[in-house]
Design a binder for this molecule. Structure first.
Ligand code: ADE
Length: 365
């Protein structure tokens, strides 16, 4: 075994965190779920979602049989909902085409929706102990520093190719899963982005970036994050029973597909908030409303999107719900039933604000 792998594995054996998915590494479905959840999401944020998910969908069969609504409800708050839709779809394929067993063949794995080279490598190495490399943000950081790899791994295909080769070349025979996890763990706990702890690093004296003087100069990211500012308006429409209307977005939509929301529109250039609120009601419900008034605003940042979501309330003029926009799935909710629906985080924040004000208002009466 190479010196790097040996030291890393020794360190990992003594330092690894006790994470829930590490207790189910023989189960490729559990590895699949955890690796998908861990994309773009921190370990701390994933743990409660993973535990609830595995309690509700303990097997690939149980996931395949579940309605999409239920699946999205268990994902609500994790973001990047295409991940949940793909997992659900992928479970269906595993049941219908692979007899309910997650395949150990790289080609078959890569053919499943949402599984790319990283996830396939993680499942193959961790669950099946095959010699498959992985490259995620942590591994990129570790390898870029250890080998002082030039170029920006976000934008340069040549740099990515070099990193994949290094990840493959480093794999120790028969220990690929542990090794891959050890590299991720080192990136998470020691070789951190802003402040690497080289004093406690088991491979510090093999690290080219450290020898060059400044490990943080690798990876050589060049780009500045480009923010996309989005301003949305959602309307809480109440019926005479004071229930609030939610509508469901089409499951085919890339953004928040299949999730529920207070009728919403994105503000256009020069459009007033009031006009945007009226448009949200018109376009997504067809209802007539009265008494439109603002009740608050929430902020949410996800990926490169900085979202400002304004809330308005209004009353449905009469009981018109049957005729209006019949193709849209809708539900009238109360604070008690909101948890039955999958809402994206900005919508959770806004409805929290709405219901909070309502409770406070009532107490003041
Ligand atoms: N990040 C992605 N996959 C991981 C894993 N298996 N363990 C810890 N962090 C991870």
């Amino acid at each position: 075994m190479n010196d790097f792998a040996e030291r890393l594995l020794d360190w990992f054996a003594g330092s690894k965190r006790d994470l829930p998915w590490r207790r189910l590494q023989h189960d490729p479905y559990a590895v699949w779920v955890s690796e998908i959840m861990l994309q773009q999401t921190t370990v701390a944020a994933v743990i409660p979602f993973y535990n609830k998910w595995m309690a509700r969908f303990p097997t690939v069969q149980s996931l395949a049989e579940a309605p999409l609504d239920d699946v999205l409800k268990h994902w609500a708050g994790l973001g990047y909902y295409a991940r949940a839709r793909n997992l659900h779809k992928g479970a269906g394929v595993v049941v219908s085409e692979h007899g309910g067993r997650v395949p150990s063949d790289p080609k078959q794995l890569l053919a499943l929706p949402g599984i790319g080279r990283y996830t396939a490598g993680a499942i193959l190495s961790i669950a099946f102990n095959q010699a498959a490399p992985i490259l995620d943000a942590n591994v990129i950081r570790v390898l870029s520093r250890v080998h002082a790899v030039p170029g920006d791994p976000k934008t340069s295909a040549a740099t990515q190719a070099v990193l994949w080769k290094l990840a493959e070349a480093a794999l120790p025979t028969g220990r690929a899963g542990d090794f891959n996890e050890a590299m991720m763990e080192l990136g998470a706990l020691v070789c951190e982005a802003g402040a690497p702890r080289c004093g406690t690093c088991p491979v510090a004296d093999l690290c080219a970036a450290k020898q060059l003087g400044d490990p943080t100069s690798y990876p050589q990211f060049t780009g500045v994050k480009k923010w996309l500012d989005v301003e949305d308006v959602s309307v809480a429409i109440r019926n005479p029973a004071r229930e609030v209307l939610l509508i469901q977005r089409s499951p085919e939509l890339a953004l928040w597909g299949g999730l529920w929301e207070l009728p919403r529109a994105t503000r256009q250039d020069g459009e007033s908030l009031e006009c945007c609120a009226a448009r949200a009601v018109r376009e997504s419900t067809g209802l007539s409303v009265t008494g439109m008034a603002p009740f608050g605003v929430v902020k949410h940042v996800v990926a490169n999107r900085r979202i400002l979501l304004h809330g308005f309330e209004a009353a449905a003029e009469n009981d018109q719900e049957a005729e209006a926009a019949p193709s849209v799935r809708r539900a009238w909710i109360t604070p008690e039933t909101r948890g039955d629906y999958a809402l994206a985080t900005p919508q959770v924040k806004l409805s929290d604000l709405l219901f909070q004000q309502e409770t406070q208002g009532r107490l003041e009466l």
